[in-house]
Design a protein around this ligand. Structure first.
Ligand code: SF4
Length: 362
């Protein structure tokens, strides 16, 4: 299995367990076991956003700008940069009239307005499940609710959602922040959440909010997305039997950091998040017989395969997959891109691992 085949997970065979890449460790210790969480890695929203940038680079004969990291993963961003994507912090760095892609985390209306003022052509790769939360915020603001957005201040997704209704949204960072919340009418309050939080901690926050505001309304459907929940359920399953749980994911990836926390809460003796195998530390493996492995929703499978290869070198060669859910969700590419591809007679179809096509409008 080569790197390219493992790279585009949504459009290729997903997760064969074959070691790849060179290993340098010369102190193998034991007949250790790896418990490999399934599902892990790429979610449908990340897959769509990354493929959108790749297809845009192929399709347009001009520079493709991307506002912010398209997804929170260093490897993915570096690779797209090598392929020609130009990442910017804000749209005012993009030359007037150019093409810019908005990241999977979503944008506030203000960013959209700034892009319009610069006559930018835009492709919106916001995950449809984030867009759903935006729409909820708009709807409840229109009905004049106070919206308590459980999430992390400063995270791009939270800024985007809060920006939909800045006069109605308060961000609640944690259960400890509940005491600081003030509302206009305790009978007209709703909570929404960031999509990538710990389910358990979010419910703890919501329970505390409800103690203060018994009339607190819940979102119409779960805001914490299916991928976040599935990866947390899988890591909870492997954590109690693991001396060490390794989570592959970047430090700015909210769901990856949550996986590490969830693993510890679920009984892992230790847990560390790594961007790649080079961050492994010898002392983590002292006395360790069973290593749990998972990865965040923005992590390509190649990074997990490299970790498995390195673990095999260290004596953890027996890999036991532990599956708690099967995922087959795939989103179609952003509308603006599909339209442009159609005009040029290019196919915008995407193939699932199962061979079925993605047809759903996102
Ligand atoms: S983690 Fe969930 S909300 Fe975020 S991009 Fe993936 S599917 Fe969408």
């Amino acid at each position: 299995m080569d790197a390219a085949a493992l790279w585009r997970v949504g459009e290729s065979s997903p997760t064969p367990v074959h070691p790849v890449g060179p290993c340098s460790y010369d102190g193998a210790v034991s007949n250790g076991t790896v418990l490999l969480a399934e599902p892990r890695g790429y979610c449908a929203g990340v897959d769509r956003a990354v493929v959108a940038v790749e297809r845009a680079l192929e399709h347009y004969d001009e520079t493709v700008y991307v506002r912010h990291e398209i997804v929170h993963n260093k490897f993915v961003v570096d690779r797209l940069r090598e392929q020609g994507a130009v990442f910017v912090k804000e749209v005012d760095e993009v030359p007037e009239g150019s093409l810019v892609i908005f990241s999977a985390h979503g944008i506030s209306p203000k960013v959209r307005e700034m892009a319009e003022e610069r006559n930018l052509r835009t492709i919106d790769a916001t995950c449809p499940l984030v867009t759903k939360v935006h729409k909820e915020a708009v709807r409840f603001a229109r009905e004049d609710y106070d919206i308590l957005l459980v999430g992390h201040t400063g995270h791009e997704e939270v800024e985007g959602t809060a920006g939909e209704a800045p006069d109605h949204v308060q961000v609640v960072n944690s259960p400890d922040a509940v005491g600081d919340v003030t509302v206009r009418d305790p009978e007209k309050v709703v909570w929404l959440s960031q999509t990538t939080l710990s389910v358990d901690e979010t419910m703890e926050t919501v329970d505390k909010l409800r103690e203060r505001f018994p009339q607190l309304q819940a979102p119409p459907s779960d805001d914490i997305c299916y991928a976040t929940q599935n990866r947390q359920v899988a890591v909870k399953k492997i954590a109690p039997q693991s001396d060490l749980v390794l989570v592959v994911g970047s430090p700015n990836s909210s769901n990856s950091v949550r996986l590490m926390e969830v693993a510890l809460e679920a009984g892992a003796k230790a847990s560390h998040r790594i961007d790649s195998v080079v961050e492994l530390q010898e002392e983590w493996f002292e006395g360790v017989e069973t290593v749990g492995v998972t990865s965040g929703a923005s992590v390509p499978e190649i990074l997990v395969q490299q970790l498995l290869a390195e673990l095999a070198e260290r004596g953890y060669g027996a890999v036991e997959p532990v599956r708690t859910a099967t995922e087959d969700l795939m989103f179609s590419l952003p509308r603006e891109l599909r339209q442009s591809m159609k005009e040029k007679g290019e196919s915008d179809r995407r193939q699932r691992p199962s061979g079925r096509h993605a047809t759903a409008e996102s």
